[in-house]
Design a protein around this ligand. Structure first.
Ligand SMILES: [Zn+2]
Length: 237
């Protein structure tokens, strides 16, 4: 698959789940809503692992490193979608820096899914950006909710910034974002603990409501999927 075919796949996937051409997306709520058989498990993992995916019958499960910042977690989820929808994975674990060809293709897909080629050029035009600087880069990553590093990497790859600029713009992103009036949510975990969202929880609740499992079993399943706070009412809901 060449780069244009990967972009095409990402564009088609966006249309399938109802994202308009150049719009940014709030990724986790969107895929939880649109991909009905998907479960997302946030897990504390080694820093070097970004995530994993697993398919069981018609159910798809994505594991996300709960220690990573939201921008990277969005990217990982988009990357795992490539494995789940365009390959035949049984259980795949993905490292942050991998030179494997499939991993690189999944990264390209993730990048294009979050910002298609045209969306980036359109953003540049609409915002009158002649030359990218730290202000316009941070504005853009906030708009598309993509990590600072992923956007820099993308801009460097398409020749919009040089390697020197890449190195210059990379450090101190938290300070630089606050300094420009942004909150830090993009640079902190979306969910920073073991937790489950998506279809697994819906299935447990439905099975219980239909009388197929007892409340004890329901609670056991929820606790197994890291929702013990919910079961024991420890969180204010
Ligand atoms: Zn992967």
């Amino acid at each position: 698959m060449n780069i244009h075919q990967v972009n095409q796949k990402a564009m088609e996937f966006r249309i399938d789940i109802g994202i308009k051409h150049n719009d940014p997306v709030d990724f986790f709520p969107l895929i939880t809503n649109k991909l009905k058989n998907l479960t997302i498990v946030f897990l504390k993992m080694d820093e070097k692992i970004s995530g994993a995916c697993y398919r069981f019958k018609n159910q798809q499960i994505i594991f996300i490193n709960s220690k990573h910042p939201k921008g990277r977690q969005n990217f990982t989820a988009a990357h795992e979608i490539f494995h789940l929808f365009y390959e035949n994975p049984i259980f795949t674990i993905c490292n942050v820096n991998s030179n494997d060809e499939v991993e690189k293709t999944a990264n390209q897909f993730a990048s294009f899914l979050l910002i298609p080629i045209n969306a980036l050029y359109n953003y540049k035009k609409e915002n009158g950006i002649k030359k990218w600087d730290l202000n316009s880069i941070i504005d853009c990553e906030q708009y598309f909710q993509i990590s600072h590093e992923a956007l820099l990497y993308r801009l460097k790859n398409i020749g919009e910034i040089t390697s020197e600029e890449y190195n210059k713009f990379k450090p101190n992103i938290r300070y630089n974002a606050i300094h420009r009036g942004y909150d830090l949510s993009l640079y902190e975990p979306y969910i920073g603990k073991n937790y489950t969202i998506g279809n697994y929880v819906r299935l447990v609740e439905k099975t219980y409501e239909n009388g197929l499992i007892s409340n004890g079993k329901r609670e056991e399943y929820l606790i197994q999927s890291y929702l013990s706070d919910f079961v024991y009412n420890l969180e204010e809901l």
